[in-house]
Write a protein of this length. Sequence first.
Lengths: 187, 187
Amino acid sequence: MIGYPTKKKVNVIAKSGDTARRGLSLEEDINQSNLVFLDRNLANIHKKPTPITIVKVDYPMRSKAKITEAYFKIPSTTDYNGVYKGRAIDFEAKETASKTSFSLSNLHPHQVQHMQSVKFHGAIAFLIIRFTSLDETYYLSIDKLTDFTNNQVRKSLPYEWIKAQGHLIPYNYLIPINYLTVLDMYL
Amino acid sequence: MIGYPTKKKVNVIAKSGDTARRGLSLEEDINQSNLVFLDRNLANIHKKPTPITIVKVDYPMRSKAKITEAYFKIPSTTDYNGVYKGRAIDFEAKETASKTSFSLSNLHPHQVQHMQSVKFHGAIAFLIIRFTSLDETYYLSIDKLTDFTNNQVRKSLPYEWIKAQGHLIPYNYLIPINYLTVLDMYL
């Protein structure tokens, strides 16, 4: 199984190896990347905690507080934000199993409004979209998304459109989602 | 009880009136201020959700997911962040009942490191400290805090030092903690 004669097949093997090695969710990959960015003092970007409504907390004796009733809330902002090279960074990350499009139903309207608002105030706001079946992860700016929704009636972003309007985010083992390389094109 | 003859006493009355009218926690006052900033399109700053570790989730029939076991985590970042006039904003807010000092034990070391890190990357990082007994709320930059901890052995910030090194944040009914007016002095 070594020494494939064509460049193309070697690429396929390499890609398959990457996928096998990876096997982590988009969230885990982003968290891992953010840890490296923090550790190398390149950027300070964190995932926000999951928003929940706490209803009931118990205080068992000699033990820490235990939440015994809580519910997930619909997020009003994005999942990730922070600072890079003096700029506020704000993004949402989503995976899709589809090979042909990304359904806009994956985004809450509040999240889109939030990204437009932080962009207005000076942040760099974007989506990270992973096509899990294709093992490709894209950067898409909030402005491109807004252009699309202002001009199209369809409720999903075609894969080919994302590929053309966004940026493929490079993968490596240590930094699985190196979106800073894309940001550097804008900074 | 009306028509006090001296200016001083009138001030005391006015202040007492403010306190009575307020009666909200620092967190509620900041959230209210942030809502007004968002509504007026002045800034986009939010409180992050409380970080928790979710252990168990039930899915009762025909009902939404219910978290039945979860624990509070020690926060590794600050409670608030966002964007104002193109700058990343990051701060922690704390209350103290003391009239003479603010104990540094109120801050987790991780939170201080986090504020130093985001400052390094270009954010405006600060503390909001309320002396509840005095009904005074101060802005204190992370740099002032770092100076203090680098040069002092004591584990609390004296009230007089905060008053001299920080900025009193103006109060009004609609915007109880108008920290943007302090930020404007730096921008």
